[in-house]
Design a protein around this ligand. Sequence first.
Ligand SMILES: Nc1ncnc2c1ncn2[C@@H]1O[C@H](COP(=O)(O)OP(=O)(O)OP(=O)(O)O)[C@@H](O)[C@H]1O
Ligand SMILES: [Mg+2]
Length: 457
Amino acid sequence: MSDPAVDVVEFLLTAHTYTEAEDLDEGDLPPRYRQVFWSDGSIERPLAVTQDRARTATGVDHPWDAVSDLLFTQRTEFSGEISLTQPDMALEWYLDRVEDERIAANPTLAHAARNEDSVSVTREGAREDNQPIQADRVWIDSLLDEYFDEEEDAEMLDLVHILAPEEIETTLDDLVLTNDQNDEVDKIVTAIENRDYLASIGLSEIGKILFVGPPGTGKTTISRGLAHELGLPFVEVKLSMVTSQYLGETAKNVEKTFEVAKRLSPCILFIDEFDSVAKTRKSDEHAALKRAVNTLLKSIDDISLVRDEVLTVAATNHPDQLDAAAWRRFDEVVNFPKPDRQMREDILRIITRDMQMAAFDPDEVAEATEGLTGSDLRMVLREAVLQALTEGRRELTQDDVMSAVQGFEERDNLKNMDDFDNWTGSPGSGNKSDNEGHDHSHDGSHEHEVETEASDD
Ligand SMILES: Nc1ncnc2c1ncn2[C@@H]1O[C@H](COP(=O)(O)OP(=O)(O)OP(=O)(O)O)[C@@H](O)[C@H]1O
Ligand SMILES: [Mg+2]
């Protein structure tokens, strides 16, 4: 890390400048600073720097000790607040020690240094790069408080889950994507960057995407990775929860979820298990559920990337169960096939990146793992690591990995004996599912198609 004194002075200068300059707002404070000043849904002036706040914002354990030697700092005995006695001197001192790059990450300081010839960063430039407050955890929490009272909380937490971008650990670099998927990511990023242009030419019907593919092929991960990459909050709705009987005011909650997404915008709204809608529409469900589902479809119609800055992504394992009304909602459909041999090899390299490997041959493993998804491969490697650990080893051999593959396949066989998607012909299997046999064969043939497309044989 950098010099603790510089870190604490930066924080003091920021608090001072923000307090003085009334035209600055939350968007001028770096996220790690505004979280400590956030209270009851806003940031109130003056910004008082207590030891605790300084510690949390800067990561310096003893903030006062770090700056007590400097001529322009003081601490109030009673409150323990730290402040600047001579802000101009503090600014000179600070600017002598940092590069423009650092100021570019703090719009308030860029504003403070606006008359300095040596500094070329502008407040506007820094603001554009600064994460919007809507992406901060504190802001998300206060928004949720506003929308959902405590009674509804438990229910809502099952239904919708919101992640701030900094809470998302997966990045797109951790994923192996098909060319189609890469193109789609590029398209999304470009569309978001050119929102204003798209609006000006009347193209508002974009930004609703359906991800289709078997479990464990990266649909959730790529969506989260996008949120991380773009610095956007990630609003995840589990649709099976919407259609669960135990939810009371479901339609209302669906509406609220979309309202929350709009308030959080720009953000990504991820609707998982989208097929559960179709099922509900087909079967003879409760009127309340029908209403909820219709509300959902209508809400999807009403939300727009261009107008509301919400990118809507839905995911399904069962595309054959979606009816025309559901398909029609999406302007792009992206296929998530099971990975082909080359992709499996690349995925294996990524998974083992930080592991100690001896004579590891990902090519051979890829050859032996036809039909496995990225998620399966992760599970295989986890088994191999655990097995080696129980034998007192951290370094993995090719044998470890190959026998984990073997183990996985045995397990998979057991699982399939109870899996109606892959099991036909045996009496009693019909009891396992609440669908008709007709649907199963559809499902099976779809999975087959996907595999051929991924050029495995
Ligand atoms: N193409 C891939 N490259 C790298 N890792 C992958 C890939 N596909 C899946 N994985 C890994 O598998 C795990 C599960 O993926 P994820 O949850 O995104 O699958 P999913 O398609 O959303 O599945 P489901 O349909 O069951 O929700 C993640 O840890 C992810 O890193
Ligand atoms: Mg998923």
